[in-house]
Design a protein around this ligand. Structure first.
Ligand code: FAD
Length: 287
């Protein structure tokens, strides 16, 4: 199914999807984790794409996940890729039966900063995919604004360009404060953007993970989260349990307010995501 159809039924329960990334080593552990997650009937699994244009491993992973009978949504970053390489990769994935992609710019690698590129922004990639394929297109949205944007409104102005180019759904950056998501959706609606906005959920697993994420993106981390990270700095299981409880509460409120889906950034581990899904099973069933 294409993204438009997947998120079209307003009365059904939220669509569950997962994100994974191609591992450095072999695929064995990840496939094991994905088999556990497959018990939760994800609509699809999305696969990240390296911004250095080397997507070979992503395609290998895509084939392995498809072989398990699970739909996939590959990500595509364009900043360092040529039009030709993107076009041949798109043909390859369409031939493999893929229906949806997440179109991204990617981060500009420092050593490439002065190069000239075929694509500079994700809206150009969306336009390119729309012109050359029948794929349905997801794009990234940032409830707290993109890190390079001076403010949220400038970023939303640019999001509109991705929507105008043909995006079908918006997948958000992770957030720990649901109000940021709800306010964001309200602003998008006021700005005339009516696409489904799928919240991205990342369970807190470690201090290192949070430090890395907050260095890469604008994400507010509340004092409560900071306190727990400090309190459990030598107790990884306690921190993970806190992360599961926290994300469970986030998901319950999101479901109650009628989100179209929940997209889990699994970090290639099934444990926290599956516990959260066990916790919200009743809520999902109710809707
Ligand atoms: P864009 O939409 O192009 O925006 C980038 C910046 O430029 C923003 O500040 C925007 O406001 C501004 N801008 C956009 N268009 C214009 C324009 N026409 N003119 C002027 N300014 C403009 N990264 C990866 O490398 N691989 C992945 O697989 C990956 N998956 C992701 C999944 C999700 C759900 C999210 C939220 C992010 C993901 N990222 C991934 C990170 C993403 O690549 C970075 O955040 C990147 O810096 C921006 O990508 P974008 O597609 O949002 O870019």
């Amino acid at each position: 199914m294409k993204l438009k159809e997947i998120y079209s039924d307003k009365n059904s329960k939220p669509v569950i999807s997962f994100e994974v990334f191609p591992p450095n080593g072999d695929f064995e552990n990840l496939i094991h984790e994905i088999k556990i997650l497959s018990d939760y009937n994800p609509e699809f699994i999305s696969i990240t794409y390296s911004a250095n244009g080397k997507g070979g491993k992503s395609f290998e992973l895509l084939q392995k996940i498809k072989a398990l009978g699970i739909n996939v949504m590959p990500h595509f970053t364009c900043i360092t890729s040529s039009k030709e390489s993107i076009k041949s990769a798109l043909i390859k994935i369409e031939q493999a039966g893929v229906k949806n992609v997440l179109a991204l710019r990617g981060d500009v690698p420092d050593f490439e900063i002065n190069r000239s590129f075929d694509f500079y922004f994700a809206n150009e990639l969306v336009q390119f995919i729309k012109t050359h394929t029948n794929l349905s297109i997801g794009v990234a949205g940032y409830p707290e604004g993109h890190i390079e944007s001076p403010d949220l409104y400038s970023d939303i102005k640019n999001l509109k360009k991705k929507v105008a180019a043909g995006a079908d759904a918006i997948f958000t950056q992770l957030f720990f404060d649901n109000k940021k998501y709800f306010d964001y959706v309200d602003i998008l609606r006021n700005e005339g953007i009516n696409l489904p906005v799928i919240p991205g959920i990342m369970p807190i697993i470690s201090k290192k993970q949070i430090t890395k994420m907050t260095s890469l993106a604008k994400i507010t981390v509340s004092d409560i989260i900071k306190e727990k990270i400090e309190k459990y700095k030598d107790e990884p299981q306690s921190l993970q349990n806190f992360g599961i409880d926290y994300a469970t509460k986030q998901c319950i409120e999101l479901i109650e307010k009628g989100v179209p889906g929940l997209h889990f950034f699994t970090l290639n581990k099934s444990y926290s995501t599956s516990k959260i899904l066990d916790n919200i099973k009743g809520e999902l069933w109710k809707t």
